[in-house]
Design a protein around this ligand. Structure first.
Ligand code: GLU
Length: 440
């Protein structure tokens, strides 16, 4: 049975980078059949906020990413203390007294000497008396003692991977103020909750190496790990600079359709083409983690709009009846309204503009050289109500009267009636126009 988790820290809103991780874990779980856990990594009481926990759930729900269980790290602190004791008893956990400034200085010295900034383990040399003396004057933190061997695993995306534990600092698991850090909590949870697969960003590769040793130390089963590449902006710049505009809720407010973003992220960075999928089952069926590459993946938020437009073109009225009714479109017009507009919108937000054109009329756009023609044509337009034949009959008559044809005939009329040079088929739009502003 596959068990995965998506483990956000509730310190902010979810963004596309987080979603990539959530989606990959979700898709492999739904494909294999299993349990997808939403794990709230809230061991930092200062930065974790309840409003973000709620927001994370809302954003996932909006996308249709459903979880089977919620776990909260803040409710498991006793268990983490127990595991810390277990590690202490095994001599894999040691107390350190360096202040942040001292550690910083050590790192700088190492770097100056051309050495990697790895913690030198000097705390291991302290005698009990020295520790007692230090304990009396300053807080201590605790590190996991890595076994300095080569740590190897077969990564679901990176392939065979190995890291020399001697090149990594022993990870701090408990801070000076007693706060349990993510690494300890995550290792306990992955073990206790029977997590079988962990997919996360490539920024966690070194963590994975240390976590493999920790899981082994506490007697857990090491899950399969896969590290996806990190997203960058369209020019390859770090995405983090732009995260403010890429929060999922901002995309939702901008009108991006959930299936557009899901279809995009389920394929971006893989060897499979990006294709619009209309439901989650199709995404699940077509997903293969092994098709993803290791290079940083460029993400352009603009790509979500053509995809949204495509999704909307295939969307049935039933799925948009709510927003259409909210605009004030009467129920008996909704079908005609949607079939006329859906091929001509970037997002659902554009519907309001079309409804305004239909209900109130557009401000006519008339080029100077077309003015006489448009005035003459509008005088020939029969009185409302219009039907499916009105446009054809009218433009045939106008053509006969004025000698205009093709674009020279149709475009000025479109611009006079809609105020725009692009839009729905005029033959189908005209019957929906309830008001036409005069050309002056
Ligand atoms: N809370 C961690 C993060 O957001 C989870 C990482 C992990 O998947 O283990 O980076």
């Amino acid at each position: 049975m596959t068990t995965t988790r998506f483990a956000p820290s509730p310190t902010g809103y979810l963004h596309v980078g987080n979603l990539r991780t959530a989606l990959f874990n979700f898709l492999i779980t739904r494909k294999a059949g299993g349990t997808f856990i939403l794990r709230i990594d809230d061991t930092d009481p200062e930065r974790s906020k309840e409003e973000y926990v709620d927001a994370i759930k809302q954003d996932l729900e909006w996308l249709g990413i459903t979880w089977d269980k919620v776990e909260r790290q803040s409710t498991r602190l006793d268990r983490y203390a127990e595991v810390a004791d277990q590690l202490r008893g095994m001599d894999r956990f040691y107390e350190c007294f360096e202040t942040p400034t001292e550690l910083d200085l050590k790192r700088k010295k190492q770097l100056n000497m051309g050495k990697p900034p790895v913690y030198d383990r000097s705390a291991l040399a302290l005698t009990d008396a020295q520790k007692d003396a230090l304990r009396a004057e300053r807080p201590s933190h605790w590190r996991f003692k890595l076994d300095q061997t080569r740590i190897e695993w077969t990564d679901g995306i990176l392939g065979d991977t190995s890291i020399d534990a001697a090149s990594v600092s022993d990870p701090v698991l408990i801070r000076g103020d007693g706060q349990v850090l993510y690494t300890l909590a995550s290792v306990c949870d992955d073990t206790d909750m029977g997590v079988t697969h962990v997919v996360r960003g490539a920024d966690h590769v070194t963590n994975t190496a240390t976590q493999i040793q920790m899981i082994q130390a506490i007697g857990g089963t090491v899950p399969s790990f896969a590290h996806h590449s990190l997203l960058t902006g369209p020019q390859g710049e770090a995405l983090s600079k732009r995260l403010g505009t890429l929060a999922l809720r901002d995309l939702r407010d901008a009108g991006v359709h959930p299936m557009a973003i899901l279809s995009h992220l389920a394929r971006l960075g893989s060897s499979d083409p990006i294709e619009v999928r209309m439901d989650m089952d199709e995404l699940v069926a077509g997903f293969d983690l092994s098709h993803f590459g290791t290079a940083p993946t460029k993400f352009d938020v603009e790509d979500l709009y053509p995809l949204t437009a495509k999704v909307l073109q295939s969307t049935d009225l039933a799925d948009v009846a709510g927003p259409i009714a909210d605009l004030g479109v009467p129920a008996d017009m909704a079908d005609a309204f949607w079939s006329v507009t859906r091929d001509n919108i970037r997002t659902l937000h554009d519907l309001a503009g079309w409804w305004d054109v239909m209900q109130n009329g557009a401000d006519p756009v008339v080029d100077e050289e077309d003015r006489d023609f448009v005035v003459q044509a509008m005088a020939m337009l029969p009185d409302a109500p219009f039907d499916d034949t009105t446009w054809g009959t009218w433009t045939t008559a106008v053509k006969a009267e004025t000698g205009r044809k093709g674009k020279g005939l149709f475009m000025p009329l479109r611009k006079a009636l809609t105020g725009q040079s692009h839009g729905p088929d005029m033959g189908r739009l005209l019957p929906l126009l309830q008001n036409i502003k005069p050309v002056v």
